[in-house]
Design a protein around this ligand. Sequence first.
Ligand SMILES: Cc1cc2nc3c(=O)[nH]c(=O)nc-3n(C[C@H](O)[C@H](O)[C@H](O)COP(=O)(O)OP(=O)(O)OC[C@H]3O[C@@H](n4cnc5c(N)ncnc54)[C@H](O)[C@@H]3O)c2cc1C
Length: 381
Amino acid sequence: MVEYDEFLGVWMTCDNKVELIILNLRSISIDTQKKTAWVQTGATIGELYYRIAQKSKKLAFPAGVCPNVGVGGHFSGGGYGMLARKFGTAADSIIDAKLIDANEQILDRKSMGEDHFWAIRGGGGTSFGIITSWKVKLHDIPEKVTVFNVTRTLEQNATQLVYKWQHIADKVDDNLLLRLFLRSNISSPFKRGQRSINAIFFTMFVGGVDELLHEMKKSFPELELMKEDCIEMSWIESIIYFYIGFPKGTSPDVLLNWNTTTKKQLYFKGKSDYVQHPISINGLKAFWMKMENSKRSLDWSRTLYRYMAKYVSKSPRAAYFNYRDLDIGVNNINGNTSYEQARIWGVKYFKNNFDRLVKIKTKIDPTNIFRNEQSIPPLLS
Ligand SMILES: Cc1cc2nc3c(=O)[nH]c(=O)nc-3n(C[C@H](O)[C@H](O)[C@H](O)COP(=O)(O)OP(=O)(O)OC[C@H]3O[C@@H](n4cnc5c(N)ncnc54)[C@H](O)[C@@H]3O)c2cc1C
């Protein structure tokens, strides 16, 4: 048994499986001078955002939108949020880490080496040890950012707007993240059972409203964004705004409250894809039909996933590791998993990096102590 401090226990059970319990390992220390923070892996991203804002109005960290997500899995699998276009993913801002390896040694970046450190920043911590804390780089942020939440229906030209959005969202000013949600809603109480599509542009701009309007007029005039649609607020207020839409002025304390998120938000089945070429107008219209016509269920999400195959990345059909999806392939529950078997799901998450991850795993954990249904296998297994 390893004892790291009073809050962490690691037990080796008789079938050579490591059980991990992290309790309260959630302290966060911020250095505003050096613009860095050490975050223990029991903390949530909401707690990290909260502690940064307590110390400084001019620093921020780029990670996910839902504050209840833990930094342990989220950072080690990537972690994107509303600052991703400007500062990258959470994993991009990790500069050091402490972890317990398969030999029960406590390592930091220097002692684990650059390959191992690379693997835990996107390859998932779970295959490579037990991370106890991250050191992250904080980023300068202006005292005001601007947000808007604008919905357009099909009658308000949503199809053309989504088509245009696909062409510009990755090319606009890096300060602008034009997030788009597509939802099918009951269109009107008078058309019983009929659904309609809403395109919801839920957006963050790192800067003031005038600059944002200038950029939108240049890149996306079709949205007809008005000054009244926009709200200037501090970065920490924007976190609360994007988190299930709390109004401006809500106390940041909600970021510390686990009960604020409903169970429905915490437990869901997600599937992910990468659209590499814009979907045509006809393709979008066919997609709306798929969204409008069915009841939501696991089967529906799998049917939609099969249907989307023609529009998304191929060979491999890529997926985002942090949206863990066991439908794309799994390891054996008992016994070893071969490289070939794991490669089926592995290249979907990691492309050619899968091979590098396998090599690192083979070196640092050859007996596969750290394993689960989608962990990187060592080559000998
Ligand atoms: C409500 C919700 C909103 C989300 N929003 C976003 C978003 O905006 N952006 C985004 O990129 N993703 C988002 N995600 C996905 C999220 O990034 C992943 O679910 C992530 O794995 C969560 O990490 P966790 O530590 O909370 O979860 P856990 O289920 O505890 O861990 C996930 C995996 O990481 C491993 N792990 C956790 N801690 C450690 C550790 N200390 N050392 C080693 N391995 C560890 C676990 O073993 C497990 O395999 C969201 C998920 C939910 C449920």
